[in-house]
Write a protein that binds this ligand. Structure first.
Ligand code: PMP
Length: 364
């Protein structure tokens, strides 16, 4: 096998090796089908069985109740930035609450504004998006059309330890950066969505878990591809769905169930992995400066700075020599960022933590 590096990219990101191996092994012909997954019809019973298994796996992993649909859509997470307000804000006669904790929720709010009134219930920009709000800091409207938040801000590395309490208002979550990283009580959500390319598969598919009463609320006067009801009725195949990406999501969720043993186990492993890197930061006497405040730190994305640009460049070059790649932070916050999604092996986190400690000793 060609050598693989530890890829700390924020997405598309590493996939579990057994998933890549299974996809490689069966690429020419799926067992019992005799066709490549790249060749099968999206209307065939073979593909229907793949999409049904992916849905059943997600239901099992999250304990998703029967009154929720699971969709596999195109257009990325950002298409949901648009579809959600088009369907639930535009004709509602209400405003929507947006809890803004980083770049992605900041980007979602103006998209909603194109469709109706938006109340910014919290704006973390005053502290450079380094934390999630406390309950009493959010100006939530009890009559909002919905309340929207992003469970992990990929760029800032800020994660909600648990969902905000928004009372009876439908809760909408962009879980792109932490989907499947820990158990979630899906009953608290009206819509829970995530693009796949970080923690669930390749680019090209977005998973949308949506409660039936929300589907029933959608207006008629939108094009079919932008309304949830036709997508639900067609079970995600209103047009040709991203067959290969859905197949990989099936393999990733098989891996989570069969090899990891579910989301409790995944969470344990993610805590252990992230702790290694946070320990390297906290034990560095301030050499590494973590962007997120302690109680808002993410299990998935760790953004940190070094004392100078020169040291940062040297750190990144040394990391690449050790096969620890894609650690440069997003241009909007600078510094470094380690994205350590489910598929990042424990060894990758260990090597990075060791390297960080070594680098500080030599340069601190
Ligand atoms: N939300 C979050 C939290 C993200 O990290 C990203 C992508 N990095 C997006 C939304 C946008 O995803 P997409 O490119 O699939 O539209």
């Amino acid at each position: 096998m060609t050598k693989r590096v530890f890829n700390f990219s924020p997405g598309p990101a590493m996939l579990p090796l057994p998933v890549l191996e299974a996809a490689q092994k069966d690429l020419l012909a799926l067992p019992g089908i005799g066709q490549s997954i790249l060749e099968v019809s999206h209307r065939s019973k073979d593909f229907l069985s793949i999409i049904e298994t992916a849905q059943a796996n997600l239901r099992k992993l999250y304990g998703i109740p029967d009154n929720y649909r699971i969709l596999f859509l195109q257009g990325g997470a950002q298409m949901q930035f648009a579809m959600i307000p088009m369907n639930f804000l535009r004709n509602s006669g209400k405003a929507a609450d947006y809890i803004v904790t980083g770049s992605w929720s900041k980007k979602a709010a103006p998209e909603a504004k194109t469709q109706g009134d938006v109340n910014i219930a919290f704006d973390g920009s005053d502290t450079n998006f380094n934390r999630v709000p406390k309950a009493d800091e959010m100006k939530l409207n009890p009559d909002a059309a919905y309340a929207y938040y992003c469970s992990t801000e990929t760029i800032q590395g800020v994660q909600f330890p648990s969902e905000p309490d928004v009372g009876d208002v439908p809760l909408v979550c962009d879980a792109s950066s932490d989907v499947l990283c820990r158990p979630v009580d899906m009953k608290k959500y009206a819509i829970y969505y995530a693009c796949a390319q970080k923690n669930a598969g390749p680019a090209g598919v977005t998973m949308v878990i949506i409660r039936d009463d929300m589907v029933a609320k959608c207006p008629d006067d939108l094009p079919s591809m932008l309304r949830y009801p036709p997508l639900v009725e067609a079970d995600s195949a209103l047009n040709t769905p991203p067959v290969f990406a859905i197949y990989i999501v099936k393999l990733v969720t098989d891996w989570l169930l069969d090899e990891i043993g579910g989301l409790d186990k995944m969470l344990e492993r993610n805590r252990m992995k992230s702790q290694m890197i946070y320990d390297a930061i906290d034990g560095s006497d301030g050499f590494y400066d973590c962007h997120a405040e302690k109680d808002s730190r993410s299990l998935m994305n760790i953004a940190f700075r070094l004392p100078s640009d020169e040291l940062q460049d040297k750190f990144l070059a040394g990391a690449t020599e050790r096969d620890l790649v894609a650690l440069k932070g997003h241009r909007s916050v600078g510094g470094c960022r380690a994205s350590i999604y489910n598929a990042m092996p424990v060894e990758g986190c260990q090597l990075l933590a060791e390297y960080m400690t070594e680098f500080k000793k030599a340069n601190g």
